[in-house]
Design a protein around this ligand. Structure first.
Ligand SMILES: [Zn+2]
Length: 388
């Protein structure tokens, strides 16, 4: 890969700057010769992070904005590899898209600045490295750089690596903050559109967990219609089975749950009652497991999903001492099942470390995780009884 060092002024780079309000991204500059956001770039996020004004203030103070990297295409046009956020910030300022506060706290857009301040911004010099290489060299390099103000996340990197019409179509649908469907999606998927959360999740679901494999296989697809259809199928199923939404539902593995359970019939009224009961159960430590637990028919083996509160050490010791004292007085085993058996263990006294706590009334039948509902059993009998 060849690199050439060049210097441009802010005025040159911002010449014929075009900003797309709907997609919230800067598009072109350098008099039409610069493509600000090629497919592997992320959306413009400086505006949201309130970093736009800092870029302008740096220029007014004469601070350097840092290096920019452009990719020289075969047709001679330039694409921004790194620097999109900074260019879009000054491009938007010069075209009066936002104002900064002056030393008196008054908002000033570019048109209202004094001539010397305007000149200071426009004449500021920007150092640019222009890189020329094969598509894979450029993408590999882009994958390893981390010189942007905000590091790229995994999905943003994958968008860069597998750029093409498929990614463009996916971002247009899933990564567009103006998509009205986000008001529904956000109940089930956590994260934000501009950081690719919905696009990443849709790919995760349709790719059965293998996002990069799916992107590699479909990178030349003309659009992402299959991803959309699958994503909608999953969410429609979730909305049908679960009438209500709770905050813990956002970010669950709905794609996996859909694959596992969507062929089973459910009564949504009954499901709602089950969820309500478990949601209010103080022994359920992990509420996020409730939905899968209910979908699976509240199986004992799935109890781990709820991380049901266990007996603490103090309770176990207290119950052990009480039980052992009584057993010794009666000359029987301190494990009640051993004591009622006919084998050699009927009078065996176990050490605390050889015993385990058991719910007398099973937790699934409403038994609490309290001293009154705790019985110590020898390890083999407790395991034989099943982990209640
Ligand atoms: Zn026993």
């Amino acid at each position: 890969m060849e690199t050439t060092r060049k210097t441009y002024t802010v005025e040159q780079i911002a010449e014929d700057f075009v900003y797309n309000e709907l997609e919230a991204r800067g598009l072109f500059g350098l008099g039409g010769n610069l493509i600000i956001q090629p497919e592997y770039q992320r959306n413009f996020i400086y505006q949201k992070l309130n970093k736009e004004a800092a870029v302008i203030e740096s220029l007014l103070k004469g601070y350097p904005l840092g290096l920019l990297y452009f990719n020289v295409r075969d047709d001679g046009k330039l694409e921004v590899l790194d620097g999109q956020q900074r260019i879009t910030s000054f491009g938007r300022y010069i075209t009066d898209k936002f104002a900064i506060l002056d030393e008196n706290g008054m908002p000033q857009n570019f048109s209202s600045l004094s001539a010397d301040k305007k000149k200071k911004i426009l004449d500021a010099e920007i150092l640019v490295y222009e890189c020329k290489g094969t598509e894979s060299e450029i993408k590999e390099w882009f994958r390893t750089i981390n010189i942007s103000g905000v590091p790229l996340n995994e999905q943003e990197l994958l968008n860069a690596v597998y750029s093409g019409p498929f990614v463009t179509s996916g971002k247009t649908h899933f990564s567009n903050s103006n998509n009205a469907q986000i008001s529904v999606w956000k109940h089930y998927v956590s994260g934000t559109a501009d950081r690719q959360a919905y696009w990443a999740e849709a790919l995760e679901w349709v790719g059965k967990g293998d996002v990069s494999g799916y992107m590699a296989a479909h990178r030349n697809d003309a659009n992402c219609d299959r991803v959309k259809t699958y994503f909608d199928s999953v969410l429609n199923w979730v909305k049908t089975v679960f009438k209500n939404t709770e905050k813990e539902m956002s970010g669950l593995e709905w794609g996996r749950l859909y694959e596992k359970f969507h062929n089973q019939p459910y009564n949504s009224d009954k499901i709602e009652q089950q969820i309500k009961r478990l949601y209010g159960d103080p022994y359920v430590k992990d509420r996020k497991g409730i939905w899968e637990y209910v979908l699976g028919g509240e199986q004992e083996a799935d109890r781990r999903l709820l991380d049901v509160r266990l007996f603490d050490e103090a309770t176990k010791r207290k119950v052990y001492e009480k039980q052992t004292k009584a057993a010794e007085a009666a000359g029987i085993s301190n494990c009640s099942i051993c004591a009622s058996g006919h084998v050699g263990n009927a009078s065996k006294i176990y050490k605390l470390s050889d015993m385990e706590a058991d719910h007398v009334t099973a937790w699934s039948n409403g038994g609490s995780t309290s001293e009154e509902n705790c019985e110590m059993l020898c390890s083999s009998h407790n395991r034989a009884k099943g982990n209640k």
